[in-house]
Write a protein that binds this ligand. Structure first.
Ligand SMILES: Cc1ncc(C[n+]2csc(CCOP(=O)(O)OP(=O)(O)O)c2C)c(N)n1
Ligand SMILES: [Mg+2]
Length: 422
């Protein structure tokens, strides 16, 4: 047989590619029984100065603190005081109410677009609580919990969503793509994974300046397939950047399941170790575990121990955005069958279990949050909603691009104005 003509190699095995397919499609009954969910408290908590390679076990495990009895157990229990727990619960409830009202506002035609984070509230809220107010976040469109937890005015968030007269970004950003340096919240970019190199770069700059603030970058499971994810990890490890890199693995990237980004082969946290970065895989629906993991990574970064990649394992309970209909690609009851539960219910049950909360207080607090969101909505809607918004003069699109409008743009602006007058 000749080696020159590959078609003649009849006895060799045929090469084949594997094309990942989600385990369940619309109409199927989801079955998560093969999912390995270790008991709460099972993971060891190494010292924050541990060598990155030694975190390997933690990248395949799942750090969990809240047990089936709703008590906090194990080495990762952050031992938070009840006021902090109640504040986190309140923030998470506010995020959910905010999401519901803004989703409805989109359906009522008051804005063009909205994105919820249902089921993922614990991740942004607990991460924010674990960091310092001065630390810098590089968020994606699903971390509204960071702003809400930092006490950002809800009215301002809504004005941005409505792109109305109160929108500080003047309608130049897609609704929900907030930006506020004062709140340590970098401008959201729709371009996936840009957050990672930006966070690493900011963290490197902080170190160069001798600053003590750290950065936290955020991406989704799907975005880890972007080149930016990998170059960010390279820079982070080479320069030992004081950064926390969060992968929110909600298992979906619009209609692509996480297998398309490589989840069938290794966990997202495992990617860290290959780069020489510490990795943690955490139950993202367990607010205490999220808090503890971010605190661990922050301590490591602040003491020049280097970067940490944290995978928050969760489930995107609703559509990708108001433009998406998940019933077209996954079973409609999948979110309900997801075994890690609802993060709000779990934190609430924990507060009940330690005798620091009850139904009456919960109902009163929920009513307060609801009233707060409604009041903010009323206030922001006074400043404009669709279809009245968006009638700015054509000349305004030339503003804020350059410090001084260059000659050729000035000419275009004048021509547009002249045409408008005809
Ligand atoms: C570079 C780039 N590619 C594609 C898109 C289109 N897009 C927007 S969101 C999204 C899915 C992202 O999924 P994931 O990273 O898992 O985040 P999630 O939406 O689940 O929070 C895609 C493909 C984009 N915005 N930017
Ligand atoms: Mg995703």
């Amino acid at each position: 047989m000749s080696d020159k003509d590959p078609s003649l190699r009849r006895n060799a095995p045929k090469l084949a590619l594997h094309v990942p397919e989600p385990p369940f499609r619309p109409g199927d009954t989801p079955d998560f029984s093969s999912l390995k969910v270790p008991p709460a408290g099972a993971s060891p908590r190494p010292d924050t100065s541990v060598a990155a390679a030694e975190t390997h076990e933690l990248t395949t495990a799942l750090v969990r603190v809240l047990g089936d009895d709703n008590k906090a157990v194990g080495a990762w229990d952050p031992k938070l005081d009840p006021d902090t727990l109640r504040k986190m619960l309140r923030d998470m409830v506010t995020v959910r109410i905010f999401d519901d009202r803004m989703y409805r506002a989109q359906r009522q035609g008051k804005t063009s677009f909205y994105m919820k984070c249902t089921g993922e509230e614990a991740i942004a809220v607990a991460a924010q609580t674990a960091l310092d107010r001065e630390d810098m976040h590089f968020p994606t469109y699903r971390q509204q919990g960071l702003l809400i937890s930092r006490g950002y005015p809800l009215t301002e968030m809504m004005c941005q969503i409505y792109s109305n007269k109160g929108d500080k970004l003047k309608g130049r950003q897609l609704p929900i793509m907030y930006s506020d340096r004062k709140y340590g919240f970098f401008s959201i970019s729709g371009n996936l994974a840009t957050q990672f190199p930006q966070a690493v770069g900011w963290a490197m700059a902080a170190a160069i300046k001798g600053d003590s603030r750290i950065a936290m970058g955020w991406v989704g499971d799907g975005a880890t397939a972007e080149g930016d994810f990998h170059s960010a990890l390279t820079f982070a490890t080479v320069y030992n950047a004081p950064v926390i890199l969060a992968v929110v693995n909600n298992q979906w990237a619009i209609s692509s399941f996480s297998g398309i980004a490589g989840a069938e082969r290794a966990t997202f946290a495992q990617r860290a170790v290959g780069y020489g970065i510490a990795g943690l895989r955490v139950d993202g629906n367990d607010a205490l575990a999220v808090y503890a993991a971010v605190k661990w990574a922050a301590e490591r970064a602040r003491s020049n121990g280097g970067p940490t990649l944290i995978e928050f394992f969760t489930y995107r309970a609703e559509g990708h955005s108001t433009s998406d209909d998940p019933s077209g690609y996954r079973p409609t009851n999948e979110a309900k069958l997801w075994p890690l539960g609802d993060p709000i219910e779990r934190l609430k049950a924990h507060l009940f279990a330690i005798g620091e909360w009850d139904e009456e207080r919960h109902a009163a607090m929920t009513a307060e949050c609801d009233a707060e969101v409604r009041a903010a909505q009323k206030e922001s809607e006074k400043l404009g909603i669709l279809p009245e918004q968006g009638k700015d003069g054509v000349e305004t699109m030339f503003d804020d691009v350059y410090a001084e409008v260059p000659r050729h743009l000035a000419e275009q602006r004048d021509a547009a104005l002249a045409e408008g007058r005809d």
